[in-house]
Design a protein around this ligand. Structure first.
Ligand code: NOJ
Ligand code: CA
Length: 546
């Protein structure tokens, strides 16, 4: 790739789930001071940028995705001065910083929503949100049948009789993006942070902002196994075409600033073509490729997703991004350690079922890392993925905090299992997550086996997940073939993925039961596990030099 191409076309971006990364002040909750102190770790890992989950002032009904003030840092996470110092210090380490922005909804404690409640039905203040009368006698039924992503109806009724829309928790009222105040406010928030030096934004629920003006009921649910209809039926609140006008305006804002500022969209689209609409030249720069994350450990599926993503995104001039895990989904060693039984549909919750074979999941996760990091484009690493952390599936009911748990009537245990505070060192909790003499316990309990997964335990152990990530990331930095560019598939039996990247690089992943004879090569750069007599065993991957 040419060295003048903007950084975001090939960056490896490390996701910092701030609550669980590192606790600087010892209250058991991760914070900015904690991130600051771990910058040397991130630097030595070899990543290019960090995406930090929301750090704004928030009542934490959804751990920061309910923002009360976008221009203030939540005191649990630190201060504005600390945020500014972190951005500066990260830059000194050669690490870019991307905060999260949450434009679909705000907190019910946001000044606008409080004003809307106080001003009452029919007021101008309520126009910034989606307030409606109910249906049925006395308006006692919600205005339509939309569902909250966390379970239950997407509407809550106020004592004055009106209902307001929340696609997530009731504490997260949806904004009305038809309102000019909303558009102007977010452009201003972008400028506020761009002028403080941030390198871009991750856009939360980027596909949800615009709703059908008439708020119709949902279309009938489609059988995920049935073939897609010839003509796409627009959804009343997901991925509506009108949303792109907003991102054209945001692009213009980003372009006002020097350096390559960039956006990454969290957009769950139902095809690569729909996703590509977000990253056309006049819109956002990149979007998470959730098709890759949703794919099973299956060679044919993975190859289809890789080809489909590269062709479709390439047709609009955008780079692909690859992602295996984030703070909303079951950690991938725990997904891959199971037979996939259910089909994973965009915008629907997926929880793996059946017994876990963690060794199998780990073997596959190691191979998947080598696959992901050698594909053309950028990649995301979710904190703890480099430590091979499993999903913590046995958190006691009483510690669960994700709103999904209550809202689903305890049917869905939610996302806490992938958000357990990281182990850094030591033999017992808090495993270096909080400093010596901490007054607070980690906000979620860490399992005893975290001791074997800590940064300290893995450092220097050539067989560890951490050293595999370190070596892969360092090789990736040095190898001109990796990052953005082309790839060419090599002929290989069913179940084997093999491709070249020029100059002189080959990646082979064996997902079949038969050991695979490696193609001719001059050296073996990296292997996800032992390779003997040039035979690549099942669920292993290698990087070769030709
Ligand atoms: C997506 C975020 O990743 C998730 O954590 C959050 O709960 C929802 N958006 C609502 O903001
Ligand atoms: Ca703290």
């Amino acid at each position: 790739m040419s060295s003048t191409a903007p950084w975001w076309r090939s960056a490896v971006i490390y996701q910092v789930y701030i609550r669980s990364f590192a606790d600087g002040n010892g209250d058991g909750i991760g914070d900015i001071a904690g991130i600051h102190s771990r910058l040397p770790y991130l630097k030595s890992l070899g990543i290019d940028a960090i995406w930090i989950n929301p750090w704004y002032k928030s009542p934490m009904a959804d751990h920061g995705y309910d923002v009360a003030d976008f221009r203030a840092i939540d005191p649990r996470f630190g201060t504005m001065a600390e945020a500014e110092a972190l951005i500066e210090e990260a830059h000194r380490h050669g690490i870019r910083v991307i905060p999260d922005i949450v434009p679909n909804h705000v907190s019910d404690q946001h000044a606008w929503f409080r004003a809307a409640l106080a001003a009452g039905p029919g007021s101008a203040e309520r126009e910034r949100f989606v307030f409606r009368p109910g249906r049925g006698p006395d308006g006692a039924e919600p205005p339509n049948d939309w569902m909250s992503c966390f379970g239950g109806p997407a509407w809550t009724r106020l004592p004055d009789g009106q209902w307001y829309l929340h696609l997530f928790a009731p504490e997260q009222p949806d904004l009305n993006w038809e309102h000019p105040d909303v558009r102007a406010e977010f452009e201003d928030i972008l400028r506020f942070w761009f002028s403080r030096g941030v390198d871009g934004f991750r856009i939360d629920v980027a596909h949800g902002l615009v709703k059908h003006p008439e708020l119709p009921d949902l279309p009938p649910r489609r059988d995920p196994d049935a073939p897609a209809p010839a003509e796409r039926v627009p959804h009343p609140h997901w991925d509506r075409d009108e949303v792109h006008e907003i991102y054209r305006a945001w692009r213009r804002v980003a372009d006002e600033f020097p350096g390559d500022r960039s956006f990454v969209a969290e957009a769950w689209a139902d095809s690569p073509a729909r996703l590509a609409n977000y990253v056309r030249q006049d819109r956002l720069h990149t979007a998470f490729n959730f098709d890759f994350l949703m794919a099973s450990w299956d060679a044919r599926q993975l190859r289809e997703v890789i080809d489909g993503s590269l062709t479709t995104l390439g047709s609009v001039g955008a780079p692909a991004t690859w992602v295996l895990s984030n703070h909303d989904v079951t950690r991938h060693p725990s997904r891959f350690g199971r037979k996939v039984v259910k089909k994973w549909v965009a915008n629907e919750t997926y929880r793996p079922e059946g017994p876990l074979d963690f060794e199998l999941g780990t073997r596959r996760a190691r191979a998947a890392a080598l696959l992901m990091l050698s594909l053309p484009g950028g990649a995301y690493v979710y904190q703890g993925e480099e430590l091979g952390l499993p999903e913590v599936e046995d958190l006691p009911d009483e510690v669960l905090q994700d709103p999904c748990w209550e809202r689903s009537g305890h049917a869905d245990r939610g996302r806490d299992g992938c958000r357990v505070p990281l182990p850094w060192s030591g033999q017992e909790a808090p495993f270096g997550f909080s400093p010596e003499g901490a007054t607070g316990e980690p906000w979620l309990p860490q399992p005893a086996l975290w001791k074997d997964h800590s940064v300290e335990a893995q450092t220097g152990d050539a067989t560890s997940m951490l050293e595999l990530y370190r070596r892969a990331l360092h090789l990736r930095r040095g190898l001109p073939a990796l990052g953005e560019g082309d790839m060419t598939w090599l002929d290989a039996p069913a179940g084997v993925l093999a491709f070249t990247r020029e100059p002189g690089f080959v990646c082979v992943v064996n997902l079949s039961a038969e050991p695979y004879q490696l193609p001719e090569h001059t050296s073996l750069l990296l292997a996800s596990g032992p390779v003997e007599d040039g035979l690549l065993p099942q669920d292993h991957a290698v990087w070769l030099s030709r």
